[in-house]
Design a protein around this ligand. Structure first.
Ligand code: PGA
Length: 259
């Protein structure tokens, strides 16, 4: 498989810039002790905006292979958008990735699929790979409409996109009922939706885009379940919340191939 697995740590609103430096240092040491091969499994962290400059300084000075990115970005270039952060600001900070459309952004900030798609397109055009989130709420899952719901999000977010661009992004399937709840989707449940996402991409944008797009699972991923999740055909990595704040756990997850 040509797709490099990605282990992405979403810190959410945790860690100030001093704590961020310690966490990344610890993560780097732990991965170093484990002789982690970054070519086999890419490791990325997503700290709050206020930490990114500190993480950049550390990564650059110690030549760490840990990638980093932001948890959101504006779809606007610049101007009167109080509180927002632009793609060019993130580019200057050396971000390789940005999460867009996380369910918490959708829930607390009313973000729609159209906005999320615009943010993702903006980031990609500037060379930052968007990690585009999707996923269903518990009622949707219980009604058996989860695949349909997620594919609806995918269609809306990639509306008007070119195949080449689609093939370069990361999609993260995160069932909302599994986020921060300890209720992980079974590997088969996660595969069902991740497989359906890839099939839809293939149908709409062709086999090339479907082969190269990376699809992650997120929602209570941890050392105890990562190996089984990663064994699924269409799961190329994980978007990890809680466990990414514990460097030992996050590093152990990056070593899932040795488990
Ligand atoms: P969790 O969060 O791993 O704590 O469930 C995942 C996420 O929200 O990205």
């Amino acid at each position: 498989m040509a797709r490099t697995p990605l282990l992405a740590g979403n810190w959410k609103m945790n860690m100030d810039h001093l704590e961020a430096t310690h966490l990344v240092q610890k993560l780097a040491w732990t991965l170093g002790d484990a002789q982690h091969d970054f070519n086999r499994v890419e490791v990325a962290v997503f700290p709050p905006f206020t930490d990114i400059r500190s993480v950049q300084t550390l990564v650059d000075s110690d030549e760490l292979k840990i990638a980093y990115g932001a948890q959101d970005v504006s779809a606007q270039d610049n101007g009167a958008f109080t509180g927002d952060i632009s793609v060019s600001m993130l580019t200057k900070l050396g971000c390789s990735y940005v999460i867009v459309g996380h369910s918490e952004r959708r829930q607390y900030h009313g973000e729609t699929d159209t906005e999320v798609g615009a943010k993702a397109a903006k980031a990609l055009a500037a060379g930052i790979v968007p990690v585009i989130c999707c996923g269903e709420a518990l009622e949707v899952r219980e009604a058996g409409k989860h695949v349909e719901h997620v594919l609806g999000q995918i269609d809306a977010m990639f509306s008007g996109w070119e195949a080449d661009a689609v093939g370069r992004v990361v999609v993260a399937y995160e069932p909302i009922w599994a986020i921060g709840t300890g209720k992980v989707a079974t590997p088969a449940d996660a595969q069902e939706v991740c497989g359906a996402i890839r099939a839809r991409i293939s149908e709409r944008f062709g086999a090339g885009a479907a082969e190269s797009i990376r699809v992650l699972y997120g929602g209570s991923a941890k050392p105890g379940n990562i190996k089984e999740l990663m064994a699924q055909r269409d799961i190329d990595g994980a978007l990890v919340g809680g466990a990414s704040l514990k460097p030992e756990d996050f590093a152990a997850m990056a070593e899932y191939q040795k488990m």
